[in-house]
Design a protein. Structure first.
Length: 68
C-alpha cells in the first residue's frame, strides 16, 4: 500500500507494555494510559517514542506495522 492510497488514519498506538501475556483466549488487560495517541514522534534508528520497543537493540532494524 502506498501512502497515496491511504485514506485516513483511524488510530495510533504506541504501547509502553506488551498486553498479550498468558493465554490469548483470556484477552488483553485494559490499555494503559497513553497507549492511544494523537500523534507519534519517530526517532531514526530508535523507533516510536514511548513504544515498548523504543531504543531496544533487537528491534532497531524492525519496521513500523501498518494495519489496513
Amino acid at each position: 500500500m502506498t501512502l497515496a492510497a491511504m485514506r485516513r488514519i483511524v488510530q495510533l498506538l504506541a504501547p509502553p507494555v506488551h498486553r498479550y501475556v498468558g493465554r490469548p483466549a483470556d484477552g488483553p488487560p485494559p490499555a494503559p494510559s497513553g497507549e492511544l495517541v494523537e500523534e507519534v514522534r519517530i526517532r531514526a534508528g530508535l523507533g516510536i517514542v514511548g513504544d515498548r520497543y523504543f531504543g531496544k537493540q533487537a528491534h532497531r532494524d524492525a519496521s513500523v506495522t501498518v494495519i489496513a
